[in-house]
Design a protein around this ligand. Structure first.
Ligand code: SF4
Length: 280
């Protein structure tokens, strides 16, 4: 059930994802709910507090058997904010009982100590969004300045429990340059295996007019890359998605190995869903 990197150091990462799985297996991203407690500037799910939740019975009775039949052996639970789902822990238990690896992508603002302990027992890996290292950057970008401290505290709890996998960062012009080093240092201190940076883009993710005002120009993105690269080492993988690329060939496409499942149960393979919709 080991993950396979999608791009190497000699390639430019174009896919939104850092890893997938080896043939004949597949990986699935499952939008367990649409609602979210944050209002991120770049959210291209356009999440609000309203929306649908994937029923636990449907997960157990239909989704997991269908994914198993499609040779899915890893699932990443997304939203909206997955912890808005009252049955999130039961959903992770069902995936683990089916023998699948599970990760959760979360804004880490509404996770209880009991949930952290249970996720650690289940061997679930946590991926947390952190877009800067201050309430004025991360918090404002996500519409809740108080959310920064909540996220930092929860990342520490994940780190102490040994379940922190990585930090997901959307660089934007609210963050000061020194915050990227602070963020990478924090990731290392908490035992994260990776920091993934994926900037706002002129199309797809972050393409709305409001988001574009927060986008750093390409020259500044190169500067951020140079600030972050020294933190990459054997313990911390730095994955730069869709940064300005001057020379490297693009990594291959993972169409067919990554499946996205919407809250209503519809399936898409990665290239057809990530442009118009998807989780930030
Ligand atoms: S990007 Fe994620 S955390 Fe932010 S509003 Fe959208 S679903 Fe919520």
């Amino acid at each position: 059930m080991t993950a396979r990197p999608i791009s190497t150091g000699d390639q430019a990462a174009s896919c939104y994802f850092r890893t997938t799985v080896d043939h004949p297996y597949r990986k699935a991203l499952i939008q367990v709910c649409e609602p979210c407690n944050e209002t991120c500037k770049h959210c291209f799910v356009s999440a609000t507090k309203r929306g649908a939740y994937m029923p636990l019975d449907a997960v157990r009775g239909r989704l997991i058997p269908q994914l198993a039949a499609a040779r899915v052996n890893r699932g990443t639970l997304t939203g909206g904010e997955p912890f808005m789902h009252a049955d999130l822990i039961r959903i992770t238990e069902a995936f683990r009982a089916a023998g699948m690896g599970v990760g959760v992508c979360t804004n880490a603002t509404m996770v209880t100590a009991e949930q952290v302990a249970r996720l650690a027992e289940l061997g679930v890996h946590m991926n947390v969004s952190l877009d800067g290292f201050s309430p004025e950057s991360h918090g404002v970008f996500r519409g809740r300045p108080e959310g920064f401290q909540e996220t930092v505290d929860t990342v520490r709890a994940f780190g102490e429990a040994g379940i922190l996998q990585g930090l997901l960062c959307t660089p934007n012009n609210l963050a000061q340059d020194e915050e990227y080093g602070q963020l990478c240092t924090f990731a290392k201190e908490q035992g994260a295996r990776y920091v993934l940076m994926n900037p706002l883009g002129p199309m797809g993710r972050g393409a709305s007019r409001g988001s574009q005002r927060l986008r750093r120009p390409d020259d500044h993105m190169r500067h951020i890359r140079d600030l972050a690269l020294p933190f990459a080492d054997d313990d911390l993988d730095l994955t730069l998605i869709r940064f300005p690329n001057d020379s490297k060939p693009l990594a291959g496409c993972e169409a067919g190995t990554i499946i996205y499942v919407f809250t209503d149960g519809a399936w898409r393979s990665a290239p057809t869903w990530f442009s118009p919709r998807g989780r930030g």
